[in-house]
Structures are given as C-alpha cells and as structure tokens.
Design a protein around this ligand. Structure first.
Ligand code: FE2
Ligand code: FE2
Length: 141
C-alpha cells in the first residue's frame, strides 16, 4: 500500500491544524509500515493507541477552533469526527481483544477516511476561516 504523502492540496492554511494533519499522515504511515513488516501485537497496539489518542486530541482542536469562530458547519463536522472516533475505538477494541488483526483493509480505510475528510470537510472550514480573517472581505461585508 502506498504511503500517505503530504502536498499543498491538503493545506487548510490553519497552521496548527496542518501540523496535526502532517503528524497524522506520519502516524498512519508508521502503523501501515509496522503492519506490513509483521511487527508484534504489542508494538502495533502501542502505535494504534497513540493514533487513537492523537486523533481524538486533533478532533478536539478542530472543534474548539470551529466553536471559537462560530463556524456554521460545526454540527455536521463534529458528527463526522464522532463517527470516526467510534470506528477507530471499535478497531482498537477488536484488535486488543484478539478478535481481529490489523489488515490491509483497515489501513486503506484509515488512509481514505483521513484524506477524504481533510479534502472535503477540513478544507471547507479552512476556507471559512480564510474568508473570515481577510480584511478586504470583512470590509466588503
Ligand atoms: Fe482534521
Ligand atoms: Fe475534521
């Protein structure tokens, strides 16, 4: 499976969010790499748990920004985060209980979700902030 590669297409232009997205790319790539190289359950479990925690704190960062800026798409965006949080917690639970292995399918799902969410949902918020912070736009009402 190809690694996630950052490009400007993913830039929300919100510094803190872009830094966190780059970190998420790295973490998903590390997990994928470890899985493909047959690393042990404990090692994979640690990477997976780090990814779950980082994802949660990333979602919290975005949601805080959205609230602070009165973003009208907040509920819809947060619902997507909540759904994904439930999904990754499920994956983690299944993995920890030994019912399921990390598979290529799970990794593809994580990659696709992350890239699609950034491109379709996070960028929309970035554009909203960009417009909001532009003095010219504000002056034009
Ligand atoms: Fe995000
Ligand atoms: Fe998001």
């Amino acid at each position: 499976m190809a690694s996630l590669v950052w490009s400007d297409d993913f830039a929300t232009k919100v510094f803190e969010i872009d830094v966190q997205h780059k970190t998420l790319f790295t973490m998903v790539n590390e997990l994928d790499h470890a899985m493909q190289h047959g690393k042990g359950k404990q090692f994979l479990g640690k990477l997976l748990s780090d990814l779950v925690h980082y994802t949660k704190s990333h979602f919290e960062t975005e949601e805080r920004f959205m609230r602070e800026h009165g973003y009208p798409g907040y509920d819809e965006h947060k619902e997507k985060h909540d759904k994904m949080t439930r999904k990754v917690l499920d994956v983690q639970k299944e993995f920890e209980s030994g019912n399921a292995h990390l598979t290529l399918g799970v990794m593809v799902f994580l990659q696709n979700w992350l890239t699609e969410h950034i491109l379709k949902t996070d960028l929309r918020f970035g554009q909203f902030l960009g417009r909001k912070d532009s003095p010219r736009q504000a002056a034009a009402g």
